[in-house]
Design a protein around this ligand. Structure first.
Ligand code: FES
Length: 157
């Protein structure tokens, strides 16, 4: 394991029962931005599970990511409130504009597109979460403008 993914402190402070696993994965992702596959054996040993069992938990929750995030992360909410207000149309437009599906990264490696089930601000849906910023009552056209704006920023950089 590389020094940048040294998780000894996290494991040292965490419980070691299987029910502690999700909390450990959250702390790893919060610290490093993702949960690299290289840490799975150490985590599995700590909570007395197999690496494949840990991987199963990791892949069950869409919040966890096995690789570092792209420079920009665009999350479109498809929870019930956002869905009924047009979240699907927003997701479709983003997929078309970026030429990827949710869960994928643009071919230039700059933008991750993700879907989430609720961002906790249903009253302002459909909601887009772009690099940590919330965009309220987003239409498909506005979503397109936002990601094209990210692309323009990349070209200038
Ligand atoms: S359903 Fe989208 S924020 Fe709750």
């Amino acid at each position: 394991m590389s020094d940048s993914f040294d998780i000894r402190d996290i494991l040292h402070e965490a419980g070691s029962r299987p029910r502690d696993l999700v909390g450990i994965l959250h702390r790893i992702q919060d610290r490093f931005g993702h949960v690299p596959a290289s840490v799975l054996p150490a985590v599995a040993k700590h909570v007395r599970m197999t690496s494949s069992e840990v991987y199963g938990v990791l892949s069950f929750y869409p919040r966890f990511h096995l690789r570092p995030p792209a420079r920009h992360v665009v999350e479109v909410c498809l929870g019930t409130a956002c869905h009924v207000r047009g979240g699907d149309a927003v997701a479709e437009e983003l997929g078309r504009t970026l030429a990827i599906r949710p869960g994928e990264t643009t071919t230039d490696g700059q933008i991750d597109l993700r879907t989430v089930n609720c961002l906790g601000c249903c009253a302002i849906g459909p909601v887009l979460h772009v690099d940590g910023r919330f965009e309220a009552r987003v239409t498909a056209g506005r979503a397109r403008e936002i990601v094209l704006g990210l692309r323009r920023v990349e070209r200038k950089a």
